[in-house]
Design a protein. Structure first.
Lengths: 263, 524
């Protein structure tokens, strides 16, 4: 199922490219309010029309890709880079270290992810970075579990015993043998957590806790336009479609990676 | 009409041919032994008879049981299958009785009370006098395989297919399972297709023998006659591999010395209470340079724990392990000088070679122990030399382990163990999975190295035949202690301890197995 992975990676790559382009160029200034041209239908000047404050919808969608994609990426990195090594340590050191790491993870798991993120944002204040940190924190125990379970299965195998007879210490065994053999499991989980991060950001932005005005974000665009859903549904449908496609492509990537890992 | 008729069966996977035009018959009350090297198509044939081939297999020809073609729907009713590894063939979440009852329910026995009675009857038919409420994990390997056999015969099939049914068992358990199969065949007129690379097992059970090589049937006939006078080169190589002469390098100074070693494994249980299992209990052993010492015993006797202690992978709770007067410390840096001198080959090369690592890197891994560490070019040269020494092509270094057969992989593991020219090699069942001719080849290499360099070998095995051919001395381990120890020939000829006697009796050679078979079942 190579095609799935490629389709997912391609769509996601396109979204990331658009988000990067939007940082330097959008057709119109995504934040420029022009009440005189509010709620225009699609035209050559404004392909997707304008919103209730006269901002160009296409420009807003392009600029609005940054916060969800950036948040998802940062949160996935935080989760993988902290949770992965913690999981390895837990697997290599049964006993106190394992208990502390896994039980702490279990406690974090006991809170619904979004509620935990809400709590953190309430403490840290709204914004893109606090949301990314909050979602990243929620990701850590997920990666701990995946890395620990996969590493435990690798550590009992005889090639690890053989590596020890070749004089490799724990760190060297982890680098040379454990990581390469759990990398595909971690990659699949990273793709899944990326899609989770996209949804979490969209949800928090919808609640007004993510990117702050005037910086647009797909989630907040839906929130801002929700009263107009009857008269101008396109203002809700377009950002919603963007979120759906981004999440779908991350899941396609995860699915494709998983199938390849099994073959 | 024969019970099982295989007619011109061919099985292909894409462009790979697994079986080519094989015809074979098994009559009721008959045992047909199917032998061949690993990868010869034995297991494919067994799977075809059990209708267990994967969907992507392209099948031509016919397999009929009792005149009816096999199909997944008829599985169980027409043919029962006994698997190699009873530990994985049983569902760990179901009781023993539950597993057997499941087969009966699938066969249409709905009434619970009658089903329970049938389960009890089946368990007694396979000689299991245990509570059906027990779970697989607290049974021995032999008991689990009996449960597997009970499941195979539960649906009333008259044909059994057993694919290496005893490969995971120690000699005593293997002998018991062989006895059970013999009894089922004789008393209930069951036909048995026995797939095995264990020729003494086949010799002790089979009436006829069929030999596969590269998917083709190369020889077929009465078991005793064919095994004594093979017609095909394949069977000749398998039944009478060139046995290496035991090396006579002469015993040097003691190299590996284990003194009063004890090891208890503590299992974490609920609420911090810990229960210990005593695995080694005051064991002492010496291996001198230039010497081969075999440690034999049944499963769970502590053999593998001893290997791990000798390798410094685990530490004893009491006693000490010294190699040339130096003790393992358990610290990575401090143990490095010793690691250079002690290397290991493990049982299963599929498990002991990192699937994500190129063969050259695997073989070169121990070279990191040299000081100063060799340059990448020198590493590659060392690895190439070690691969050549075990007879692998030079281009093997760039490929991944999965590109090689089981026998080749074990030679890769051997190359890794020999690359540092160690003084002591620990072989933990390292030769038992190899085909007989390949086993002889590897053994010859070890004997040569021993003669040339005074290599000491600690041979952990339950294969007494192999120990008898290779080892100068044998130590018999039971319940964590050495119960008998001595010079190989004397110990095998006149075992004094009952455990030794049981192991010897359960490990006949090919000739003995044939004789015993003829004596037990006179030609009618």
């Amino acid at each position: 199922m190579r095609r799935r992975a490629w389709a997912g990676a391609g769509l996601l790559g396109f979204a990331i490219a658009v988000a990067l382009v939007a940082r330097v160029w959008t057709p119109w200034d995504a934040g420029a309010i022009d009440v005189g041209h509010r709620l225009l239908p699609g035209s050559i000047a404004h392909p997707l029309g304008t919103d209730q404050l006269g901002r160009d919808l296409l420009s807003m969608l392009m600029a609005g890709a940054g916060p969800p994609l950036g948040t998802a990426m940062l949160a996935t990195l935080i989760g993988a880079l902290i949770g992965g090594p913690l999981g390895l340590i837990a697997a290599a050191r049964p006993g106190l270290a394992d208990d502390v790491v896994t039980r702490t993870g279990d406690v974090l798991f006991a809170f619904p992810a979004l509620v935990l993120a809400l709590l953190l944002v309430a403490v840290l204040g709204p914004g893109v970075l606090p949301v990314a940190l909050a979602v990243g924190l929620v990701n850590i125990p997920v990666f701990v579990r995946v890395a620990r379970a996969a590493a435990r299965a690798v550590l009992v195998r005889d090639f690890v015993a053989a590596a020890r007879t070749a004089g490799l210490g724990e760190g060297a065994v982890a680098r040379a043998h454990v990581l390469p053999n759990i990398a595909s499991a971690l990659a699949v989980q990273a793709a899944i957590q990326f899609s989770v991060g996209l949804l979490a950001e969209a949800g928090l932005a919808f609640l007004g806790l993510g990117a702050q005005p005037p910086e647009p974000s797909w989630g907040r665009m839906i929130a801002d336009a929700q009263t107009l859903i009857g008269s101008h549904p396109r203002l809700v449908v377009w950002p919603g479609l963007c979120i759906t496609l981004a999440v779908l492509s991350a899941n396609l990537l995860a699915d494709g990676l998983r199938r390849r890992g099994r073959a | 009409m024969s019970l099982l008729e295989i007619e011109r069966l061919s099985v292909r996977y894409g462009s790979d041919t697994a079986l080519e035009d094989v015809s074979l018959r098994v009559a009721a009350g008959e045992v047909v032994g199917l032998v061949g090297r690993s990868g010869s198509g034995k297991s494919t044939l067994a799977a075809a008879v059990s209708a267990l081939l994967p969907d992507e297999a392209e099948i031509a020809g016919a397999v009929r049981i009792d005149g009816r073609p096999v199909s997944p729907a008829a599985r169980g009713r027409l043919v029962g299958t006994i698997f190699q590894e009873p530990a994985t063939a049983l569902n760990p979440a179901l009781t023993v009785g539950g597993q057997v009852a499941e087969v009966l329910r699938a066969g249409g026995l709905r009434d619970r009370r009658r089903r329970d009675a049938a389960v009890a009857a089946l368990l007694s038919r396979v000689g299991l006098a245990i509570d059906p409420g027990r779970y697989p994990h607290d049974l021995s390997g032999g008991q689990r395989q009996r449960v597997g056999i009970a499941m195979a015969i539960a649906a009333g099939s008259k044909l059994l297919v057993a694919d290496e049914p005893t490969a995971a068992l120690d000699p005593v358990a293997r002998d018991e399972i062989a006895g059970l199969l013999r009894r089922l065949v004789a008393q209930e007129r069951i036909g048995l297709l026995l797939v095995s690379h264990d020729l003494p097992l086949v010799a002790g059970l089979a009436d006829r023998i069929a030999v596969l090589d590269a998917g083709r049937l190369v020889e077929e006939g009465p078991a005793a006659g064919r095994l004594r006078r093979p017609a095909s080169a394949t069977l000749a190589a398998l039944s009478a591999p060139a046995a290496p002469a035991m090396s006579s390098a002469g015993r040097g100074a003691p190299l590996l010395v284990a003194t009063d070693v004890a090891r208890t494994f503590r299992e974490a249980r609920c609420c911090w209470s810990r229960r210990g299992t005593l695995v080694l209990d005051g064991l002492s052993l010496e291996v001198a340079s230039g010497e081969t010492v075999a440690v034999v015993g049944t499963s769970g006797s502590g053999k593998t724990t001893l290997a791990r202690l000798a390798l410094g992978l685990d530490r004893p709770d009491r006693g000490a392990i010294h190699v040339d007067g130096v003790r393992w410390t358990g610290r990575v840096a401090a143990d490095r000088p010793l690691r250079r001198r002690v290397q290991a080959v493990f049982q299963d090369p599929a498990d002991s070679l990192d699937p994500a690592m190129a063969v050259g890197a695997i073989v070169a891994e121990p070279l990191g122990l040299l000081s100063p560490p060799p340059s990448p070019a020198a590493r590659a040269a060392h690895a190439a030399a070690a691969l050549a020494e075990v007879g692998l092509p030079a281009d093997a270094a760039e490929r991944l382990p999965h590109a090689f057969s089981g026998g080749q992989r074990q030679r890769i593991a051997l190359a890794r163990a020999l690359v540092l020219r160690p003084d002591l090699l620990v072989l933990d069942e390292a030769l038992s999975a190899l085909d007989p001719d390949l086993q002889a080849e590897v053994a010859a290499l070890l004997v040569r190295l021993q003669a040339e360099r005074g290599l000491a070998l600690l041979l952990i095995t339950h294969d007494l035949q192999l120990a008898g051919r290779l080892a100068h001395g044998i130590a018999v381990v039971d319940a964590g202690r050495i119960v008998e120890q001595g010079e190989t020939a004397a110990l095998l000829a006149t075992p004094r301890h009952p455990v030794t006697a049981a192991l010897v009796a359960a490990s006949p050679g090919l000739e003995q197995a044939l004789d015993r078979h003829e004596r037990d079942r006179p030609i009618t």
